[in-house]
Design a protein around this ligand. Structure first.
Ligand code: ADP
Ligand code: MG
Length: 328
């Protein structure tokens, strides 16, 4: 037992717990697996305490309370995450927007107090949503929100950042094989076995969790999905899901059911997936084909599947109800 613990690379450790508003499932292989996971849990809790928009003492809450016409000092990691958010806002043509919070609050999708807002409410709140109103002072690591009532929500990107952080923790402990699963945002480390990649199922958005439409064959990659099927509210048979178009103020009404982004860094996957969902198939595939090392897979309402060129050799569609289509 003692010898196995020290010398076997096959020893593994797994923890499932709740953090960042979702179920986290961490697996590490190798002799430092236990310490790596306990350090990862600490790192995740710190990230949750920093970026949660619901915790009163978080840095994000501090910004939302105190940064109106007043610079608020930020930790290096919060500055980095906000700067990154602005980068993805620009890349997705404003469809990802970290200043979405007033709209998220107005809709309260998936919450008990959900109700469809009226047009006046939407147009009033819409004026507060604009990432160009985030004024960053790099030298002093601080931020100001241009207008009263503005607030930020990093929920569309924080899990990607967190997954990259956990990967760093694993690397520090020489973990060469593992799986980081933050509520379906996956990062695989190394390979499943020598010369054998990990298999990651792409969730079937029309059926219960765990069923997949096809399999990705990957090593050392992040796989992040944004979709309309996990968090939503229903009124008169119509679904209102949690991805809100920052230009219209409404949950994006689209043929897209989910978009999965495959990338090296999970922050790229998470930062892009939310905006790509709104941008739609054609614009997104063109954008992602132009970015090196990033790929995406779209599933639409009529069960068509579209992907960028780079992933075609590593993705196998296995569910016959779905059909691969080329973007024209
Ligand atoms: P999930 O967090 O469910 O995995 P996403 O990464 O797509 O999915 O993030 C969705 C969350 O991002 C929403 O719950 C909301 O907090 C926030 N959000 C919604 N619409 C936008 C948007 N257009 N831009 C940025 N963040 C958004
Ligand atoms: Mg996202």
């Amino acid at each position: 037992m003692f010898l196995t613990n020290i010398f076997s690379p096959n020893i593994s450790y797994n923890k499932i717990f709740y953090c960042l508003g979702t179920v986290i499932n961490l697996t590490a292989f190798g002799k430092n697996c236990e310490v790596a996971i306990s350090e990862a849990i600490e790192a995740l809790e710190k990230i949750d305490n920093t970026f949660s928009a619901f915790k009163d003492f978080s840095e994000v809450s501090n910004i939302n309370k105190n940064a109106h016409s007043n610079f608020v000092k930020l930790s290096a990691e919060t500055f980095f995450l906000i700067e990154s958010s602005i980068y993805y806002s620009k890349l997705t043509n404003g469809n990802f927007d970290p200043t979405i919070k007033p709209l998220v609050n107005l809709w309260s999708i998936g919450k008990e107090n959900f109700k469809i807002p009226n047009k006046t409410e939407i147009s009033n709140v819409l004026k507060l949503v604009n990432y160009n109103d985030l004024i960053l002072d790099k030298k002093n690591s601080s931020i100001m929100l241009k207008n009263n009532g503005q607030s930020i929500d990093l929920g569309g990107i924080a899990k990607g950042y967190a997954a990259d952080k956990i990967k760093e923790v694993f690397y520090k402990h020489k973990i060469k094989r593992g799986i980081i699963d933050l509520g379906g945002n996956i990062v695989v480390i190394g390979q499943k076995a020598p010369k054998q990649n990990w298999n990651i199922g792409v969730q079937n958005p029309f059926s219960t969790r765990g069923e997949y439409i096809g399999i990705l064959n990957l090593k050392d990659k992040s796989v992040v999905t944004s979709g309309n099927y996990e968090r939503y509210s229903v009124v008169n048979g119509k679904h209102y899901h949690h991805i809100i178009n920052p230009k219209t103020g409404y949950p994006e009404d689209t043929d897209v059911v989910s978009v999965t982004v495959i990338s090296d860094k999970s922050i790229d996957g998470d930062g892009l997936s939310t905006g790509l969902y709104i941008m739609g198939v054609l614009n997104s595939i063109n954008l992602i084909n132009s970015l090196k090392g990033i790929d995406c897979i779209f599933i639409t309402r009529n069960k068509n599947v579209y992907s960028t060129n780079g992933i075609k050799n590593n993705f196998k569609l296995t569910n016959e109800e779905f059909n691969f289509q080329e973007v024209i």
